[in-house]
Design a protein around this ligand. Structure first.
Ligand SMILES: *Cc1c(COP(=O)(O)O)cnc(C)c1O
Length: 368
């Protein structure tokens, strides 16, 4: 049997007629940037995310960058971020000229640890960026309390967790400005790059709208030095269609995760994902951990199963961030996760049979 890490075929063939119809509609409208499709998608995504405003932008990194910029974060400011995140979270911070301050995640949930955030606070701290890593919501109530007590702003990195929630409140609706990504492989993926900022602050939403479009509210009138970081009509139209299925797809991912959990629970050699009792999970990734990660990865590949590693090198050991002065051993949890994590295939349309096959391969690996 062959199981790819990700297979768009079942998801995309099921909605093909609608997607092609939307393409033709935009193609024939002769209006490709900042039109009705974007407006509709923004309204629908705001409703989905239970916020007042969603602003479509070019990608997830730009959504993070614009959020920090709109909040006035810049040179001399410190931004707290988990040590095990995807590099884009840090790139946004350094792009506005601020300093990323890394803190270790919770070892069980892999999400931002509130007590470590408290320990990292200094007089320069301006913002906290929780990352709902792999799709699990962070402990947002405690994080918001810390922010409030210390007059900090919060920007959620919600690129992996569309539709997840903590204590019933959706990720992307807690922070001041929150960023998400519609990169094709994300749970809500465009047919190209895309992203959005979500917020309940109308004023900040206007600021993002201006910044993404040359710093202009009225054409050829520029209030600030902005950017060209827009979501185009075609992507917006296609995303509107996919959004209608997102809850179903998330449910499917949860079902696949529970099949994996059942099939792998008895293996002492691996750690299966932990779900915080008050959090929900979008299972963007299903990540297991084992000391024999590389061997297991090879064995699975030999037997037709593609896996990936999220992420093999933690940000503090990346050459790009050498100037921060961190060294190997500074973040033992992030380093441990980087050397033991393995992401198994999980995608809409994947079958119980395929999960069982992968679990069987993992069992037979540890039996020898
Ligand atoms: C994908 C991702 C991003 C960046 O999104 P892009 O659309 O690829 O720029 C940021 N943060 C996290 C956690 C991601 O997974």
């Amino acid at each position: 049997m062959k199981v790819p890490f990700l297979n768009f075929a079942p998801m995309h063939s099921a909605i093909r007629p609608q997607m092609v119809g939307a393409f033709e509609e935009v193609y024939d409208s002769y209006w490709y940037i900042m039109g009705e499709k974007l407006k509709s998608f923004e309204r629908e995504y705001a409703q989905f995310n239970q916020v007042s405003d969603a602003i479509g932008v070019s990608n997830g990194l730009d959504a993070l960058f614009l959020s920090l910029k709109a909040l006035g974060i810049g040179k001399g400011d410190e931004v707290i971020v988990p040590s095990n995140t995807f590099i884009a979270t840090l790139l946004a911070i350094s792009s506005v000229g601020a300093t990323p301050v890394l803190v270790e995640p919770d070892l069980k949930s892999y999400t931002l640890c509130p007590s470590n955030v408290e320990k990292a606070l200094t007089g320069h701290t301006k913002a906290i960026m929780p990352v709902h890593l792999y799709g699990q919501a962070c402990e947002m109530d405690r994080i918001m309390d810390i922010a409030k007590a210390n007059k900090l702003v919060v920007v959620e990195d919600n690129a992996q967790a569309h539709g997840a929630s903590f204590k019933g409140k959706l990720t992307g609706s807690w922070g001041d400005l929150n960023a998400t990504s519609f990169y094709p492989g994300k749970n809500l993926g465009a047919i190209g790059d895309g992203g959005a900022v979500t917020t309940n602050h109308a004023g900040l939403a206007d600021e993002i709208r201006m910044l993404r479009n040359y710093g202009s509210k009225i054409k050829y009138t520029n209030e600030v030095q902005g950017h060209n970081m827009r979501l185009d009509e075609l992507q917006a139209a296609l995303l509107s269609i996919k959004l209608r299925y997102l809850n179903d797809w998330t449910q499917q991912r949860n079902q696949l995760a529970s099949w994996y959990n059942q099939a792998l629970a008895d293996l002492e050699e691996i750690t299966i994902p932990y779900l915080h009792p008050r959090a929900s999970h979008s299972y963007h990734l299903y990540v297991i951990r084992t000391k024999r990660r590389d061997e297991l990865k090879n064995k699975l590949l030999e037997n037709g199963v593609e896996t990936l590693i999220h992420y093999p090198i933690p940000p503090h050991l990346q050459k790009a961030y050498a100037y921060l002065g961190y060294k190997s051993g500074d973040f033992p949890i992030a380093e441990e996760l980087a050397s033991t994590s393995l992401s198994l295939p999980i995608w809409s349309g994947m079958t119980q049979h395929e999960v069982a096959y992968i679990a069987e391969q993992i069992h037979s690996f540890f039996k020898k």
